[in-house]
Write a protein that binds this ligand. Structure first.
Ligand code: PAF
Length: 282
């Protein structure tokens, strides 16, 4: 399996194997790979003759230095997991300098307001960091297709917006959330939960499913109040936000419309670990 640490080497290899008939599928990650990531890679392998994945913990998308410092870094294990599905996948695992060339700062993006909701409100600068790294990786890898998980649904919508606005020639594919047997959405951050916390965190998806049921007959405000109360009874959980929003604009649902698609979005701290999840409501 080929692993490149510099963009120069990766680009020269990709140039040597690409032609008009090849299609590059790309899965950007921050490592600590789980079944969710592996399913993105499998999806990419189905459609593309070349599959590239990046493993890079991007400093500019972290607004909390402790979160960045504690983010799991498990390159060797990640490489083994990738190998277990195919030894043809090309890995790009750059240093911060290879990406940022001494200037570890974000560019500023206008995502037509998508960046101001939910994660954007609670993690200032986060989506500028995501936009900066994903645009940079697209310039390096030049993929035909790029794969992102729906757990980060806001990120997925923002990346689709970015490629449309900046006319980047790549098709963005959103893939379904992978869950642990107890319903907890798979996330690299789950590695930081204790066994007990991991068990208890099943409540997040249970509450989302309940909110999906309630939303059939109740307003977004009533459902939101119900979710807030449900978390008040859970001392180890601190709800950061619960928002029912229009899937396209990500604006909060004020009055239900039959022609719109809605989704519930949630961010919760389990002790100090921040988890997010989402569910489609109609
Ligand atoms: O979703 C992630 O893991 C990251 O935000 C991404 C897209 C790899 C950019 O660093």
């Amino acid at each position: 399996m080929l692993i490149f640490n510099t963009q120069k080497d990766l680009i020269s290899h990709l140039n040597s194997i690409s032609n008009l008939d090849t299609s590059i599928g790309f899965v950007p990650t921050m490592g600590a790979l789980h079944q969710g990531h592996l399913s993105l890679l499998k999806e990419a392998l189905l459609k593309n003759s070349i599959v590239v994945t990046s493993i890079f913990v991007n400093p500019t998308q972290f607004n909390n230095p402790e979160d960045l410092a504690k983010y799991p870094r498990t390159l060797e294990k990640d490489v083994e997991k990738i190998k277990s599905i195919s030894d043809k996948i090309i890995v790009y695992a750059p240093s911060v300098d290879d990406i940022y060339d001494g200037q570890t700062v974000s560019k500023h993006f206008d995502f037509d307001g998508l960046e101001n909701q939910m994660e954007g409100k609670f993690r200032p600068g986060h989506f500028d960091g995501v936009g900066t790294i994903v645009k940079r990786l697209f310039e390096i890898v030049k993929p035909n297709f790029a794969y992102f998980g729906e757990k980060d649904f806001q990120q997925l919508q923002i990346i689709k917006k970015m490629v449309t606005k900046l006319e980047i020639p790549v098709t963005i594919i959103g893939c379904p959330i992978h869950r642990e047997p107890n319903g907890l959405a798979m996330s690299s951050r789950n590695e930081r939960l204790t066994r007990e916390e991991r068990k208890e965190a099943a409540i997040i998806f249970q509450i989302l499913k309940q909110s999906q049921k309630l939303f059939k007959t109740k307003s977004a405000t009533v459902v939101t109040e119900w979710v807030k109360k449900a978390f008040e009874k859970k001392p180890n959980f601190q709800l950061e936000y619960f928002q029912i929003a229009d899937e396209d604009t990500l604006l909060p649902c004020i009055k239900k419309s039959k022609i719109k698609k809605y989704r519930a979005f949630i961010a919760v701290f389990v002790n100090k670990i921040r988890l997010i999840d989402t569910i489609s409501l109609n």
